[in-house]
Design a protein around this ligand. Structure first.
Ligand SMILES: Nc1ncnc2c1ncn2[C@@H]1O[C@H](COP(=O)(O)OP(=O)(O)O)[C@@H](O)[C@H]1O
Ligand SMILES: [Mg+2]
Length: 379
């Protein structure tokens, strides 16, 4: 193995690079592809950091490798606050297509007709556009024009709108605006992806909402242990590191197999380049991760009320709680029964607590796995 390869850590903690470093998601990728081929739009839902964005890029990569006649567009709506931001973010993605290609040239010619101001991102150097509007109605008109332009291309379009739950906070009724167009856009295949499960479900599964029953829902679960464990073992082996099964099992348990946390711990352990990975090495890596994040955890404390903090500590110590209003739980942690439910709900709204509904009841956990371990360690 060359030193170049040795320097590369295969455990990514953001994005997607290559198939060998991407675990499983076979059926999910197939499902997305089959929906696209059958003209069905998809809603992709999971808790944060399970791997939705990674899956979208894995799909795009697959489309490219198989030379399928699609143009793939990824739009991250996380920082958008309005229809205007939406249009700008979409246009910024479009002008990233290389101008040397026929599609890229057509996109640029089209965007120019919308009379934007071009600039360059001072950090990334990416070209950017901004539009000035005289009237509110021009924003929607721009969106309509862009979507119609895409719909009229000879290539079919896959348009992934990531963090789609953001549109709920726009001043405009984005769901209604999109619904009005989507039905006529047969050349565009939408993937709506989002993390706020209750909100995404509300948008797409509530009969009262404009986008109700417009899409097929795909829920992303954790990567199964039977797939994840051999994957991790193999990548360590490729880096000439041996890892015992019980050590591997510890990693899976400690990180709850929550993709981002599992990847982060593996990344940390891998960076040590030991020929044999033992349990002590892994535990040391765990505490290093907690120490690195300590400052941000302490900041949470400043931002939360005393009851919120108390409930977080209780959930962290219990790892998972089903009956949050049971007297046993409340008494053990000295939590007031009258406010427990409201406090938990406020923590869910802040994405600090994850509510996992199953058939009979809902389980509550501290959302951030490392934060949970840190709380349990410190209190
Ligand atoms: N199937 C996978 N195999 C390996 N790493 C993955 C996989 N899916 C996601 N990841 C990694 O896990 C982390 C979280 O994934 P991400 O796609 O950002 O989650 P989400 O979009 O659901 O919040 C990222 O670092 C990503 O590189
Ligand atoms: Mg994401």
């Amino acid at each position: 193995m060359s030193t170049m390869e040795y320097a590369e850590n295969p455990f990514l903690i953001r994005g997607f690079l290559k198939d060998e470093w991407f675990c499983d998601r076979e059926t999910e990728t197939e499902k997305l592809l089959s929906n696209i081929l059958n003209g069905v739009d998809t809603t992709l839902i999971s808790p944060r950091k399970y791997g939705k964005t990674g899956l979208i890029f894995h799909l795009f990569h697959r489309v490219e490798v198989e030379k399928r006649p699609f143009k793939c567009i990824y739009v991250d709506l996380f920082h958008t606050r309005s229809l205007e931001d939406f249009v700008k973010t979409l246009a910024d993605e479009l002008i990233k297509f290389p101008q040397q290609t026929s599609f890229g040239q057509r996109v640029l010619d089209f965007i120019k007709r919308l009379r934007p101001v071009f600039s360059y991102d001072s950090l990334t150097g990416d070209p950017q556009v901004s539009f000035t509007y005289q009237m509110e109605s021009e924003k929607e008109q721009n969106l309509k024009n862009i979507l119609e332009f895409l719909n009229n291309q000879p290539e079919q379009i896959i348009l992934a709108l990531d963090e789609f739950q953001q549109v709920v906070d726009y001043p405009e009724n984005m769901e209604a605006i999109l619904r009005a167009y989507i039905q006529n856009l047969h050349n565009i295949h939408f993937i709506f992806s989002g993390s706020r499960q209750s909100m995404m479900a509300e948008i797409f599964l509530s009969p009262k909402r404009p986008l109700f029953s417009q899409t097929q829902q795909l829920s992303l679960d954790k990567i199964p242990a039977e797939k994840y464990m051999p994957f991790v073992k193999e990548l360590f082996r490729d880096g000439e590191m041996e890892i015992e099964d019980d050590v591997l099992q510890f990693i899976m348990d400690w990180t709850r197999r929550h993709t981002y946390y599992t990847q982060s711990l593996c990344n940390k352990v891998y960076s040590k380049h030991l020929s044999r990975v033992d349990i002590e090495t892994v535990k040391l890596a765990c505490s290093e991760l907690l120490d690195e994040n300590e400052n941000s955890y302490m900041q949470y404390r400043e931002l939360l009320t005393a009851p919120q903090w108390q409930v977080l500590i209780a959930l962290a110590k219990e790892k998972q709680v089903e009956q949050i209003t049971s007297s046993v739980f409340l008494q053990k942690y000295n939590i007031s029964g009258t406010t427990a439910r409201r406090t938990v709900q406020s923590l869910i709204d802040k994405d600090l607590v994850l509510a996992l509904p199953n058939k009979s009841q809902t389980a509550y956990q501290v959302y951030d796995v490392f934060f949970m371990h840190w709380l349990a360690r410190e209190y």
